[in-house]
Design a protein around this ligand. Structure first.
Ligand SMILES: [Zn+2]
Length: 54
C-alpha cells in the first residue's frame, strides 16, 4: 500500500488587515496671525500667516 500522506499546511496568519501605520508626529501648530488676526496652522516659528509674512 502506498498511501500518500497529506502534509497539513502550517496555519497561515491572516493578513487581511494591514499593520497600523504610525503617522509622524505633526509639528503643525495653530497660531493667530498678529497682522490680520487670522487663525492658521504652521510649522514655522513665525506667527505671521503667509499673507503677512515678510
Ligand atoms: Zn496675517
Amino acid at each position: 500500500m502506498n498511501k500518500k500522506r497529506i502534509r497539513s499546511q502550517a496555519p497561515v496568519t491572516c493578513q487581511c488587515q494591514p499593520p497600523a501605520v504610525e503617522r509622524p508626529p505633526s509639528i503643525l501648530r495653530q497660531v493667530q496671525c498678529p497682522g490680520c488676526g487670522k487663525f492658521f496652522r504652521t510649522n514655522r516659528h513665525v506667527d505671521y500667516c503667509f499673507n503677512c509674512a515678510p
